[in-house]
Design a protein around this ligand. Structure first.
Ligand code: SAH
Ligand code: SF4
Ligand code: F3S
Length: 436
């Protein structure tokens, strides 16, 4: 047998891209590739890209520029661009970056093996179709090799919501749910390979409709799998949070008490301009119902500041909403104008205004996040141990609430969920001691 070829993948963007990178590596595994963490020794480099904000997209071109010396030193090296920038700017990438051999969109990467043949023969390959066939069915089952205790599993892709700022409906296409039987099969394969926690992924994961009872129905079916101990899902849209899912959050013991529920703004005027299709009061009402079902839930959200037309008053409404909800975790961004989206046509706010608002918003969110984290001290939580820490005898895992937790624990704890008492809170992690 010939030497295996080496594949280096760099992943940008969201968890969906992390999942896609795994699947692309597996697809190219069938062509004799093994993954390497060393870019310099790769025979193929794939950049799995993100188009969500301008900075993310521009980074791809600067990273490609940096690959030029490597390609010159090693003419056989193949360079590919995958993901959402590939989808949005496929032909432009080929034009702007002649060193790129292959461009593949997020819905067509099951065709990578054939595209690899074409570039090996010296050609170029571009595929940014939204094909009729289901890429997940064309890809093989998940490999049996033992793997870490946590995994992502894409159950829903694409988005029909068309928020005025967002490129996802254009880069990922229309909303599609994968059939439940295939998801359950994949979950079984993952559990057999050692996985204990699965995070269900979708751009609008709670719009999932491939199982009776929607996402809640799927979660209850997954909860039947022996050996699968934790279930999470992300990202949800407030308008798709149905009663069955709220009930599952309260009642399904395997569903973890952490929910990412982006709101973007606390101003009704801005929510309307963003085409979010709900008001701040409706969001607060929903949070109330979810918290009634699961009082200790840790809530996370996304915010955009400086959306076109956002006044000081609109921004203060966002600050008020944050004070009312009290988030345990959050992500916040300056609005970034994206070509082709409705909001890009509107007058933009000055950068200085965006910077000032982002700083104030982040200060408040950081304060809430610290308080939530500090309140864990003294509490008992489950921790799923994922890897060894840097200190002797130290293991790192994730709590039910998704906090990173450092604990002195035996190596056998790897891949297990153990009860831990939290004893300290550091800036971005917790420390604790084993109880059992
Ligand atoms: N489907 C998810 C979010 C996908 S994008 C949802 O509906 O919530 C992740 C986050 O990036 C968004 O929640 C939003 O806060 C941010 N984002 C998306 N487009 C953006 C833009 N043009 N500028 C700044 N932030 C943006
Ligand atoms: Fe983008 Fe809105 Fe769809 Fe989320 S719901 S992916 S923010 S268009
Ligand atoms: Fe980025 Fe595409 Fe995900 S734009 S956030 S990689 S869906």
């Amino acid at each position: 047998m010939s030497e295996p070829k080496k594949l280096f993948i760099k992943t940008y963007g969201c968890q969906m891209n992390v999942y896609d990178s795994e699947r692309m590596a597996e697809a190219l595994g069938g062509k004799g590739y093994v993954e390497t963490k060393v870019q310099e020794e790769a025979d193929m480099i794939l950049l799995n890209t993100c188009h969500i904000r301008e900075k993310a997209a521009e980074k791809v071109y600067s990273d490609l520029g940096r690959l030029r010396p490597l390609k010159e030193a090693k003419p056989d090296l193949k360079i590919g661009v995958a993901g959402c920038v590939a989808q949005a700017e496929g032909e432009e990438i080929m034009r702007r970056a002649p060193l790129v051999d292959l461009v593949v969109g997020p819905q067509s990467y099951h065709r990578l093996p054939a595209m690899e043949d074409a570039v090996r023969r010296g050609g170029k390959a571009l595929d940014t179709d939204f094909p009729e066939e289901d890429k997940f069915e064309k890809l093989k089952g998940r490999p049996k090799a033992h793997r870490g205790p946590t995994a992502f599993l894409t159950v829903q892709e694409g988005c029909d919501k068309f928020c005025a700022f967002c490129v996802v409906p254009y880069t990922r296409g229309a909303e599609v749910s994968r059939p439940a039987d295939r998801i359950l099969r994949e979950a079984h394969e993952l559990v057999e390979a050692g996985v204990r926690e699965i995070t269900l992924l979708g751009q609008n994961v709670n719009a999932y409709h491939g199982h009776e009872g929607g996402l809640a129905g799927l979660i209850w079916a997954l909860a039947e799998i022996d050996g699968l101990e934790r279930i999470r899902f992300t990202t949800s849209h407030p308008n798709d949070m149905d009663e069955a899912l709220v009930a599952a959050i309260g009642e399904c013991g395997k569903l973890m008490p952490y929910l990412h529920l982006p709101v973007q703004s606390g101003s009704d005027r801005i929510l309307k301009a963003m085409n979010r299709k709900h008001t701040a009061a409706e969001y607060l009402d929903l949070i109330g119902r979810i918290r009634a079902a699961r009082p200790d839930l840790l809530l996370s959200s996304d915010f955009i500041v400086g959306f076109p037309g956002e006044t000081d008053q609109d921004f203060e409404a966002t600050m008020d909403l944050i004070r009312t909800v009290n988030f345990g975790q959050a992500y916040s961004f300056k609005y970034s104008s994206r070509p082709g989206t409705p909001a890009a046509e509107k007058a933009q706010l000055p950068e200085a205004v965006k910077n000032e608002r982002l700083a104030r918003l982040q200060a408040l969110l950081t304060e809430q996040q610290r308080a939530a984290q500090n309140s864990m001290v003294g509490r008992e939580v489950g921790v799923l141990f994922e890897k060894a820490g840097r200190l002797k005898g130290q293991m790192i895992g994730k709590s039910d609430f998704l906090h990173a937790v450092y604990v002195q624990a035996p190596i056998e704890a790897l891949g297990q969920i153990r009860r831990v008492r939290i004893t300290e809170s550091a800036p971005n992690s917790l420390g604790g001691v084993l109880i059992d």
